[in-house]
Ligand binder design. Structure first.
Ligand code: NDP
Length: 613
């Protein structure tokens, strides 16, 4: 029988993580293993809390009545309003009499109680005009979510916010006076302890759970090899299954050496002290990691290195000739990397584990990634792999295919189809590297751990599957007319425009919601403090960036003509990937934002494709 203090369904007061503020919550379940209560806030947000972060409602009510009876007049909102607008300490030269000071102290004590008891009232007059002013047109949401402003600060800078709350109400931290409670046992309910972490245990398994992830570990590499073998065939029809190559032909030590050289060259570029250093989004502990933004420089340096190789007559189509062996080398390396990542994650502290990859099941955590941000010193393995060896490698592979096409078909210039595929994908990669900072707010960085899924995805899937169109065109020349090329280019530009402006709009909003450039956008405030845009691209569909990405994916396949479905693999797979990713994201957002997310969904009913899905 678990030893628990609060029962399911009980209404209690739950501390908001990273703060000293308590909200009314309902206990929905209890995890006997992790000793955590799942509680539901009034706005629908669900969190797992430790017992020490939960108080019974009766103690709050009791104290509230004490407070009000002692000095009801001091509880007027105008007093609180002015205090919360000027939280700073009194000016140096100003002195108070002892009685004044005592009175002031009492006043502060009461205010703290009021803060916790009547938080929604306090937060209404936090200096957040920006929030409410800009949220014109959604008064009901503004009212219901008025708590957002104070929580926003807690979310972005929890340490600072707790410090600010402590200073504002003359609370001293435990470190200062070694006391766990600020007031006497009878009066207080505000315990000031070091911030306790919310457990990151993964309860809901994605990707089909253990069986699904096990299958994916087998199927993903098999799919890559199937696609590459198909592409080599004269007739790459779906039913024309390719003959399996001899095992020994798949491995070449020299090819593996070239792969390693490429990987470590990119690592050297990453370590160069060029480019700015920025902070990522706050982790669950409130800490922010630093990231060097020099992916674009790495691209330029890589281009220079390839230029030098070409100048010295290095035959880049070596890549084409040994393409399968390169894919095998990359797969072997990503598997070894995943094993290393999993082993090291076993020693990682609980708060450094990924919210999505900490199930306790080996195969699941190995696939999804157990540790959120594995680092060797300041070298961030996930962030490095996300945009460099694979993504820049993809451009190099495309270039190799272009040169191979010219050589094999004896062309003085590449085909129009090959030029389009190369240019469109080059634009995509350059854009990703130019906007490298944006990757810090993506699910891959903030939610998913670094395991087989991302290691294989970044190092094998992206360079070897995304270059399928160029690979296909080498063996299956396709002629397109200039008007068709122009139409496809327009399609790619439309996709790119949607993709880029949607991503920029959200990233800028997340980085600085008060940015004057976003002043015309409306948003729904949420209990976590982050807003949800409801106009602009994010008011058009719920994932406009996916829409743009899918349009571009189609434009990359169209230059390959309609003889075979193989070059359309990318767009078909990509739609499936993004539909699944969108569902995952919806699920996370529903958990994070509760009612506010539902309201957003009502306001913006279509997920990716307007009027379709
Ligand atoms: P998104 O960039 O779409 O981010 C989703 C997050 O945005 C949500 O979790 C939420 O996070 C926030 N958000 C959702 N709705 C709103 C709103 N209305 N207002 C403000 N914020 C909102 O996620 P991804 O990481 O999946 O994608 C990033 C880019 O990468 C996309 O362009 C995608 O197309 C591309 N991509 C490309 C892939 C490829 O292989 N080529 C693979 C996967 C993605 P929060 O509220 O916590 O900020």
């Amino acid at each position: 029988m678990p030893n628990r203090k609060f029962a399911d369904g009980e209404v209690v007061m739950g501390r908001w993580p990273g703060s000293v503020l308590y909200y009314e919550v309902q206990v929905t379940s209890y995890d006997d293993v992790a000793h955590l209560y799942t509680v539901k806030y009034k706005d629908g947000t669900e969190l797992a809390l430790k017992e020490s972060d939960i108080r019974s409602q009766s103690s709050f009510k009791h104290r509230k009545s004490q407070s009000s009876s002692s000095s009801p007049s001091r509880r007027s909102s105008s007093r609180s309003r002015s205090r919360s607008r000027s939280p700073g300490p009194p000016a140096k030269g100003r002195r108070r009499s002892a009685s004044q000071s005592r009175e002031h102290k009492d006043d502060k004590k009461k205010t703290v109680q009021e803060t916790s008891l009547a938080l929604p009232v306090l937060v209404l007059f936090k200096p957040s005009e920006n929030n409410t002013k800009r949220y014109n047109g959604e008064p009901e949401s503004t009212e219901k979510n008025a708590t957002s402003c104070i929580i926003l600060e807690q979310n972005l800078k929890p340490d600072l916010e707790v410090k600010r709350v402590l200073e504002q109400y003359s609370l001293r931290s435990r470190k200062d006076d070694k006391k766990e409670e600020i007031y006497s046992e009878k009066k207080t309910f505000v315990a000031v302890k070091p911030i306790e972490k919310v457990s990151t245990k993964t309860k809901e398994l994605e990707f089909g759970g253990r069986i699904g992830t096990f299958m994916m570990i087998l199927l993903l590499p098999a799919t890559v090899f199937y696609l590459l073998l198909m592409c080599k065939q004269d007739d790459p029809s779906l039913l024309n299954f390719p003959p399996l190559p001899a095992l020994e032909s798949l491995w070449d030590g020299r090819v593996f050496g070239v792969f390693l050289l490429w990987f470590f060259l990119q690592a050297v570029f990453y370590l160069l002290p060029i480019g700015k250093v920025v902070e990522g989004l706050p982790l669950s502990s409130g800490r922010k990691l630093q990231y060097r933004i020099n992916g674009f420089y790495a691209f330029i340096l890589s281009a220079a290195a390839i230029g030098v190789l070409l100048y010295f007559q290095f035959e880049l189509h070596y890549l084409y000739d040994h393409f399968m062996q390169f894919a095998v080398s990359a797969a072997a390396f990503s598997l070894a990397l995943s094993i290393y990542l999993y082993v090291r994650s076993l020693k990682a502290p609980e708060e450094e584990l990924a919210p999505g990859g900490n199930s306790g099941y080996f195969i699941y955590d190995f696939f999804t990634g157990h540790e959120l941000n594995p680092r060797i010193g300041s070298f961030d393995l996930k962030y490095f792999c996300e945009l460099r060896p694979g993504l820049i490698g993809w451009v190099v592979i495309n270039l190799a295919m272009l040169l191979a096409e010219m050589k094999i078909h004896n062309l003085s210039v590449p085909s129009l189809s090959m030029i389009l595929v190369n240019s469109f994908q080059l634009l995509y990669v350059v854009d990703a590297l130019w906007n490298e900072e944006a990757v810090l707010t993506t699910m891959d960085i903030t939610h998913d751990g670094f395991g087989f899924m991302l290691a294989f995805g970044d190092l094998v899937w992206v360079p070897f599957v995304y270059s399928l169109q160029a690979f296909y065109l080498v063996g299956h020349p396709t002629t397109i007319t200039w008007p068709v090329a122009a139409a496809i280019t327009v399609l790619n530009c439309i996709g790119y425009y949607i993709f880029r402006s949607a991503n920029s709009q959200k990233n800028n909003f997340r980085r600085n919601p008060a940015d004057p450039k976003l002043a015309n956008l409306k948003f729904i405030p949420t209990a976590t403090g982050k807003g949800l845009l409801v106009t602009g691209w994010w008011g058009f569909v719920r994932h406009p960036n996916y829409l743009g990405d899918i349009i571009m994916a189609l434009a990359w396949s169209l230059p390959c003509g309609f003889n075979h479905i193989l070059p359309y693999f990318y767009v078909i797979y990509f739609i499936c990937l993004l539909v699944h990713r969108e569902a995952r994201d919806e699920h996370h957002c529903k958990q994070k934002y509760g009612l506010a997310w539902e309201r957003y969904c009502q306001r913006v009913p279509y997920r990716i494709f307007p009027y379709i899905y």
